[in-house]
Design a protein around this ligand. Structure first.
Ligand SMILES: Cc1ncc(COP(=O)(O)O)c(C=O)c1O
Length: 431
């Protein structure tokens, strides 16, 4: 289709609320593993992976074969019937989750998964209040918008009642942070006098959570939802021990702990298969999406049998959840992660990349911070290291367009709505 025709259709028949990347948005034609090709055959290294989604590579041959095979057998039935792909996948995914996290609900998107997790927590605890972290993103549905805490996504109409936010424990840009707070090969350039086994910044941010619980929420709460590393918020890593203390405090108030693994799951952080494991915590509910199906519309909520049993009083139904083709794709994704050694690849390549990128921080005034774990990496751009003011949009965009013109696709995130922070996240076998 000629580029001009696509532009015309976009204007006439698609919503103006859909934002696009780049001055002249790319018209993509084909993908192969870490590569994307535009309508003129130009090749790009895709370091954004369809917004942190195409974890094992575009059109990975094994995933493609699994979907093709399923396409010949059965496309759709709904989960009111038994069919093998759903049950095979349920068993396989559950075997990858630790402890009591063994009961699955399959949904269509991360927002729907978080909707369900929040609803489940309310039903099971008989409490209403949900706490999330400022700068976090958990979806754009009316329900999850309450937990999402980035104003650009808040349309200014009633949404997500009963949700309260607490201070984001951002050790780079936040009020508190030191020289060994985060679980990353690269620390901030801040200094502190904490001993290796203590973190004053963590204690201060936990005090903020206590304050939120004491002042904004009911005595008994339904849940606390947080990502192990904040993705859309700008690859923000919390001080070590923060989630552990937060989970304890939430449980003392009757709340369930929800780990939003939509970006951090499936080995991306390298050292562990799930992001919550890097914090040494055990959530009550885990939500998964994006990389789960390598681009197939699919997501999941995983919880314990106890919680699932108390949730049965609310009938759960959706038409497409557990679709046979999505389950076949997701099942092949799990195999590929294992067979191609992708978790280990995330660890080795990610660590190498983080250490090399940190040299750019030493060299360039506008590189404020380099952070992340495995292949979930962020570079926060600033005007200068002293003020740490976010790099203005025009300058960010200039760099970002330039990268694209050099054939590299990156993502942008951060609280300053695509201004201060750009992060690239990828998951391909680049070794
Ligand atoms: C951490 C996190 N949770 C939830 C969502 C919502 O997922 P979806 O866009 O599939 O609804 C996103 C999407 O970016 C996300 O990054």
């Amino acid at each position: 289709m000629p580029y001009e025709h696509v532009v015309e259709i976009r204007k006439k028949n698609l919503s103006a609320a859909l934002s696009t990347y780049y001055n002249k948005p790319l018209l993509l034609h084909q993908g192969h593993m870490q590569w994307l090709f535009d309508h003129e055959g130009r090749r790009y290294l895709d370091l954004f992976a369809g917004i942190v989604t195409v974890g094992v590579g575009h059109c990975h041959p094994k995933v493609k074969e699994a979907v093709k095979k399923q396409l010949n057998h059965l496309w759709h039935t709904t989960n009111i019937y038994f069919h093998s792909p759903l049950h095979e996948y349920a068993e396989k995914l559950a075997s990858r989750l630790p402890g009591e996290l063994k009961v699955l609900y399959l949904t269509n998107s991360g927002s729907e998964a978080n909707d369900l997790a929040m609803f489940m927590a309310r039903i099971c605890t008989n409490n209403y209040d949900i706490i999330s972290l400022r700068s976090g993103y958990h979806g754009s549905s009316p329900y999850t918008l309450g937990a999402t805490s980035i104003s650009a996504y808040k349309p200014g109409v009633a949404n997500g009642s009963g949700c309260h936010t607490t201070m984001c424990p951002d050790v780079f840009r936040g009020i508190w942070g030191g020289s060994h707070c985060r679980d990353s090969p690269v620390q901030t350039t801040r200094t502190c006098s904490c001993s290796p086994d203590s973190c004053e910044a963590k204690d201060k941010y936990i005090d903020q959570l206590k304050d939120t619980l004491d002042t904004s929420a009911a005595k008994r709460i339904a849940a606390f939802i947080a990502e192990p590393i904040m993705g859309v918020g700008g690859v923000i890593q919390f001080p070590k021990g923060f989630l552990k203390d937060a989970y304890q405090m939430v449980r003392e108030r009757g709340g369930l702990c929800i780990a939003d693994e939509v970006q951090t799951g499936f080995g991306r952080t390298g050292s562990h298969f799930w992001g919550f494991q890097t914090h040494d915590v055990m959530p009550d509910i885990v939500t998964l999406a994006k990389g789960i199906g390598n681009g197939f519309p699919m997501a999941a909520v995983v919880t314990t049998e106890e919680i699932a049993t108390s949730f049965v009083r609310a009938l759960h139904f959706n038409t497409f959840g557990g679709n046979p083709m999505a389950c076949a794709a997701a099942s092949a994704v799990l195999d590929v992660i294992e067979e191609d050694g992708l978790q280990d690849n995330c660890r080795t390549v990610g660590t190498h990349l983080l250490l090399e990128l940190s040299k750019l921080r030493d060299k360039f005034e506008i590189v404020g911070d380099v952070r992340g774990k495995g292949l979930m990496i962020g570079i926060e751009m600033v005007t200068d290291k002293e003020t740490q003011r976010p790099l203005p949009t025009e300058e960010m965009n200039f760099i970002w367009e330039d990268c694209k013109d050099h054939g590299v696709l990156l993502g942008k995130g951060g609280l300053y709505n695509n201004v201060s922070c750009f992060f690239f996240v990828f998951f391909f076998n680049l070794s």
